[in-house]
Write a protein that binds this ligand. Structure first.
Ligand code: COA
Length: 376
């Protein structure tokens, strides 16, 4: 049966270069750059719209381009009425990430440019998706909690709007600034699992909504985006820093995976952690909830000692989002509200230079069996 030599194989595609990109570079030695700009230099200064523009267009916007882009995103937030109605038809206990995935899928046919995969049409669709994923989150959350969606305030930036559409209150500037930074840290991460899923889908020349639907489904898992929700459940279970070591040693003895630790690419620490940790400290002081960061730090200390493993951004994103007032079920959707910019940029790049992504598998099944004929 063997007709070919055994191909090279890397389980989980670890270390495999699966394509080229000009969007983002993850440096295994704790670095992250979007289009060549170090995220540590721009993450805390740029608005999310500026980062999204950069990811999509390849260059930073000038003041007019940024104002136009921000205005356009603001004016595209309203989702079609049937999509709002659909959110109300889902069971009340539907996870917000499932609402987002279903909503993105349903938004597709309402986009008049759905099947136009030209560069310009893809950029316009990307802007609509960036605007509307946030609306699916906020309106879906309110509908699931028997509250009416709040009418849009198009003049708000995406970061401010997320708070406003959930609570009805325009946030203070410092909260919006923090949200922009969180969005900026989450916006892209080269061929992570959800982006790769989006690119695989796009590589069949399926549309951007199909690709982003694939990405949403992939982000949900706890080994990827779902880790920021699971990390919060873990921190709530631990409760205080003095319980962290005992809790962790018990889990490690049971060979459990510890959420918010480990990374496929970063082996000496996640480049996004120092900024997220600082936001956590700042928020602890502002909100009087100073217990979360010390728990994370204790987990970091023991994990490094026991397993030589470092935390990833989701460990600190979890308490940060909690201290900003979000229910932990919204942690992964908030990640999606940002990563959608990266997903769309990758779909544009894939469609612009497409080659079908179709790897091989290593066959390990039964060999050379004779078919005995249909069952008698
Ligand atoms: N908790 C406990 N042990 C972990 C671990 C974790 N979070 N992450 C990795 N390890 C261990 C593995 O069990 C393995 O140990 P072994 O060699 O004794 O079997 C070793 O570290 C190497 O890990 P590996 O499975 O090769 O890592 P990976 O690249 O396949 O997986 C993740 C990467 C992110 C999926 C993995 O670290 C993980 O599940 N983390 C928790 C979920 C999470 O935080 N995800 C968000 C990522 S940004």
């Amino acid at each position: 049966m063997t007709t070919e030599t055994k191909p090279a194989y890397s389980p989980g595609l670890a270390g495999v270069i699966a394509g080229e990109t000009q969007i983002c570079w993850v440096d295994p030695n704790a670095g992250l750059a979007y289009r060549g700009y170090d995220i540590h230099e721009m993450g805390e200064k740029a608005t999310f719209e500026e980062v999204a523009y950069l990811l999509l267009n390849g260059e930073l916007p000038n003041a007019k381009q940024l104002a136009d882009f921000t205005r356009a995103i603001g004016s595209e937030r309203q989702i079609p009425q049937p999509v709002t109605q659909m959110l109300g038809l889902l069971p009340k206990e539907t996870h917000p990430m499932d609402m987002v995935r279903t909503g993105v899928s349903m938004l597709g046919p309402f986009d008049p440019e759905l099947n136009d995969h030209s560069h310009d049409a893809n950029i316009r669709k990307a802007m609509r998706l960036i605007a509307r994923v946030s609306t699916l989150i906020t309106d879906g959350w309110r509908i699931a909690h028997n509250e009416k969606p709040i009418p849009e305030k198009p003049e708000l930036t995406l970061a401010a709007n997320l708070f406003y559409k959930l609570t009805g209150e325009v946030p203070p500037d410092w909260k919006t600034r923090m949200m922009d930074t969180i969005f900026n840290l989450y916006a892209d991460h080269e061929f992570n699992a959800s982006t790769f899923a989006a690119r695989v889908t796009a590589s069949t020349m399926a549309d951007m909504y199909a690709a982003v639907t694939s990405a949403c489904g992939t982000l949900k898992g706890p080994l990827h985006g779902g880790a920021n929700e699971e990390s919060m459940k873990m921190l709530e279970e631990i409760k205080t820093a003095d319980r962290a070591e005992g809790w962790l040693m018990d889990r490690l003895a049971k060979k459990a995976k510890i959420m918010g630790f480990g990374h496929r690419v970063y082996k000496t620490g996640d480049s996004r952690v120092p900024i997220m940790r600082e936001i956590g400290r700042d928020l602890g002081k502002r909100t009087g909830k100073e217990e979360w960061v010390p728990i994370c730090e204790e987990l970091e200390r023991v994990m490094e000692r026991e397993k030589q493993l470092y935390c990833n951004v989701d460990l600190y994103a979890a308490p940060v989002l909690t201290m900003l007032g979000f229910n932990f079920a919204l942690n992964t959707p908030i990640f999606a509200a940002s990563r959608v910019a990266g997903w769309c940029a990758h779909v544009v790049e894939q469609h612009d230079h497409n080659r079908l992504i179709r790897p091989r598998s290593l066959y390990t099944g039964a060999e050379d069996r004779k078919y005995p004929g249909p069952p008698k």
